[in-house]
Design a protein around this ligand. Structure first.
Ligand SMILES: Nc1nc2c(c(=O)[nH]1)N[C@H]1C(S)=C(S)[C@@H](COP(=O)(O)OP(=O)(O)OC[C@H]3O[C@@H](n4cnc5c(=O)[nH]c(N)nc54)[C@H](O)[C@@H]3O)O[C@H]1N2
Ligand SMILES: Nc1nc2c(c(=O)[nH]1)N[C@H]1C(S)=C(S)[C@@H](COP(=O)(O)OP(=O)(O)OC[C@H]3O[C@@H](n4cnc5c(=O)[nH]c(N)nc54)[C@H](O)[C@@H]3O)O[C@H]1N2
Ligand SMILES: [Mo]
Length: 674
């Protein structure tokens, strides 16, 4: 029988700043095709290559459709199907035994950014809070950036990218807009058509250089020195907006006294950028009326990441740009807070006492191998994350996951590297198979999307799975008895200070599934305890901002790990067309560094440090800073000849502020593979 095909709107669930809208064609049973949503205020009909393949992904024959139980050795990938009832009984009886015999802190959960909608992303936390299990510090992405930004302007919202059209100069500062901020690329292209200048400050400039007027190559982890030297030049040339800094900021006079030392020559030694180029950049920036800095997260993933972002944030304020439309900083939190009350889902109050043990996700390897001063974890529950692929110290993580006495449960859509090590796998639903609310982290929008089709096979949403496990644990709290739809309505009807003014009509739009464009922040209404921004911040251990060096190491080259435009972290690897476009695991090298090692484009190479040795294919270019190498994309372990990926070369060290990843702050030696 032929069924009617109709179109529905929904929201991209993946971890990008835009939270794009898209359309799906469906017969009510299967998603058939995706397209852009012209009415969406941010994506305006654009849809990236990855999401054009969403239908292939959701209908993939590789999807996990029933619960599975391990039938071979850990990591062997041998599983047999079991029923949900068997799976839930086994999981909860193991957990009950562990809680009784070893205490709840023998159990941990791990979720990150597989799904970004509010209910499905965070619901797992409530179950483990109720259990009294370990708490997870979720700082795998941009927490050092958030920390550095907030140390200057608190909760003040930064520029929404839609405001960039009013800027008159763009510094794209460590951001591959063409891959990770796709809707903004059109705005930069338009700005250049209007004769405005776009300058790139990058370690690895190859992807973005074609979209910019000028590319400045910088040594990894040294951007703080560049920002300081730019402020030195601005102050020396009367281009600092001193009345603005005095009226709205705190500490300018004392900070100015320190700037004398930060000459362009001083910064040239550290950054590798010629002193004249630093002076020229600073003058160009200082003479613009409403310059914007479009800041990616790359430069924050270092031991000095928070300080770096603190200095760049101060630079963005230095010429008074924040008081003019389009001027200031873009790439941090534009809303300055949350439109939804996320604790409705996380429910930290379900914890009866403080967690006995807290695990930083970047140091999961330590918790799994018992090298953090605690006994090794006895059970790990993973949902919406793939730590075997995406977290530092990959060897340590795999060693931990191999432990016979670790009971691992993975709620997944595909047989990921983490799922391969599970004792039990539970089949997870896709975004179009569940209802949820969304807020973009890079734009001022809030949205909601209703389930379009039933989950394939026996797949269940994160919420339904959490509620089922809670019931089997014997938890009778009302929270776990709610349906997904009830939670969805509750989130829309519970205002936060930022969404309190929504009209009945607007809430109705959300209840039915839709998107709202929210007001941009008032950028000079500084949301700090003193109502002014902090050039000097007396509340910090280091009140005076200054240059600090990153962790580094004794090897010769600095390794950074950057996103691929064809995949999203480890998502879309299962999608054959995207995997084909992306190709094999490459390490990008500067042509001179490669030649010095006898390496040519396409050669097999070995990249090593004290943690691991990983095999890549070399790709050479002049558009990467000398002394730096870049690993592009997250790969499955079986796509790597040596069975390890770049994350095996990442130390689990944390950033200076924000307890965040320092995945770009590792040194390596590279040689030709004989
Ligand atoms: N296609 C695609 N889109 C994605 C993702 C993906 O994997 N693929 N990931 C999503 C996620 S989770 C996130 S957090 C965002 C990623 O957001 P970002 O981490 O901002 O990613 P990029 O846009 O690649 O920007 C980082 C850039 O910083 C540069 N960089 C590294 N170190 C330094 C440094 O010390 N100084 C300077 N100036 N530059 C440096 C890198 O070369 C890279 O180009 O994107 C999201 N969107
Ligand atoms: N080498 C390297 N490492 C990186 C990065 C990098 O660029 N390079 N990026 C870093 C950054 S910025 C981030 S944010 C992290 C991301 O780290 P993770 O959050 O671990 O992200 P992914 O590796 O994409 O894994 C997400 C998993 O969630 C699953 N998933 C998707 N939707 C759902 C759902 O609704 N329910 C359930 N149960 N599962 C679902 C997907 O199938 C996927 O396997 O990785 C970090 N690690
Ligand atoms: Mo991220």
């Amino acid at each position: 029988m032929l069924m009617d095909i109709y179109t529905k709107k929904t929201i991209c669930p993946y971890d990008c700043p835009a939270s794009c809208g898209f359309t799906v064609q469906t017969d009510g049973r299967r998603i058939q095709k995706t397209g852009g949503d012209k009415a969406h205020p941010v994506s305006r009909g654009l849809l990236c290559g990855k999401m054009r393949r969403y239908a292939d992904e959701i209908n993939s024959k590789d999807r996990i459709l029933t619960p599975l139980k391990r039938s071979g050795g850990k990591g062997s990938g041998s599983f047999i199907p079991i029923s949900w009832e068997e799976a839930v009984t086994e999981i909860t009886s193991r957990w009950k035994g562990l809680i009784k015999n070893e205490g709840p802190s023998s159990i941990a959960y791990c979720y990150y950014s597989g799904v970004m909608s509010i209910i499905q992303r965070h619901c797992v936390q409530a179950l483990f809070a109720r259990m009294g299990a370990c708490e997870l510090v979720k700082t795998l992405c941009a927490s050092a950036k958030g920390d550095g930004y907030a140390s200057v302007v608190g909760d003040t919202g930064c520029l929404d990218p839609r405001e960039l059209k009013n800027s008159d100069l763009y510094l794209v500062w460590g951001s591959n807009v063409s891959a990770t901020r796709f809707p903004t690329l059109a705005d930069l292209t338009q700005a250049r058509k209007e004769g405005k200048r776009v300058i790139l400050i990058e370690v690895y400039a190859e992807p973005m250089a074609p979209y910019c007027d000028e590319a400045i190559l910088i040594r990894p982890g040294t951007d703080g020195a560049l920002a300081l030297a730019m402020m030195h030049v601005l102050a020396a040339n009367d281009l600092a907006d001193e009345p603005f800094l005095a009226e709205y900021g705190l500490g300018y006079a004392r900070f100015k006294e320190t700037l004398g030392a930060y000459t362009p020559q001083w910064a040239a030694e550290i950054t590798g950028i010629p002193a004249q180029a630093i002076t020229d950049l600073a003058l160009c920036y200082g003479k613009a009326s409403a310059p914007s800095i479009l800041l990616g997260s790359g430069c924050s993933r270092y031991g000095n990441g928070s300080m770096t972002v603190r200095l760049i944030t101060i630079l963005s304020l230095f010429t008074g740009a924040w008081k003019r439309p389009g001027g200031g900083l873009c790439g941090c939190t534009p809303s300055g807070g949350s439109y939804f009350d996320v604790n409705t889902v996380k429910r930290p109050d379900l914890r009866s006492r403080r967690p006995e043990r807290t695990i930083n996700i970047n140091q999961l390897s330590h918790a799994l191998t018992g090298t953090d001063g605690h006994p090794p974890l006895k059970s790990l529950y993973v949902a919406g994350s793939n730590p075997a692929n995406s977290v530092s110290d990959q060897k340590g993580i795999l060693e931990g996951l191999k432990r016979e006495d670790l009971f691992t449960v993975v709620h997944e859509r595909f047989m990921t590297d983490t799922a391969r090590y599970a004792d039990i796998i539970l089949p997870a639903a896709f975004s179009a198979e569940q209802s949820d609310v969304y807020e973009a982290y890079g734009y001022c929008t809030m949205a909601a999307a209703k389930k379009i089709v039933e989950p394939a096979g026996e797949a269940k949403s994160n919420w339904d799975t959490t509620a089922l496990l809670a019931k089997a644990m014997g938890y009778t709290d009302d929270h776990f008895r709610q349906t997904e739809e009830e939670l969805y309505e509750k989130l829309i009807l519970t205002p936060t200070p930022l969404s309190a003014f929504l009209t009945e009509e607007e809430r109705k739009t959300l209840l039915q599934g839709g998107v709202l464009s929210m007001p941009f922040a008032r950028h000079t209404d500084f949301q700090t305890p003193d109502k002014r921004f902090y050039i000097v911040n007396p509340r910090l251990p280091e009140p005076m901002p200054h240059y600090t060096a990153c962790h580094g190491g004794s090897e010769e080259l600095s390794l950074i790990s950057v996103p691929s435009r064809h995949t999203l972290n480890s998502i879309f690897q299962a999608e054959k067309e995207q995997a084909r476009k992306r190709g094999s695991m490459t390490l990008v090298m500067n042509t001179t560094d490669a030649a010095a090692r006898g390496i040519k484009d396409g050669d097999p190479i070995l990249c090593k440090n004290d943690l691991a040795e990983v095999e890549f294919t070399a790709q050479t270019t002049d558009l990467i800073a000398g002394g730096a190498v870049a690993a592009v994309g997250v790969y499955r372990l079986d796509q790597s000849p040596g069975g390890l990926t770049c994350n095996a070369l990442h130390h689990p060290r944390l950033s200076d502020g924000g307890n965040a990843t320092t995945m770009n702050d590792n040194k390596v030696n590279v040689c030709l593979k004989k």
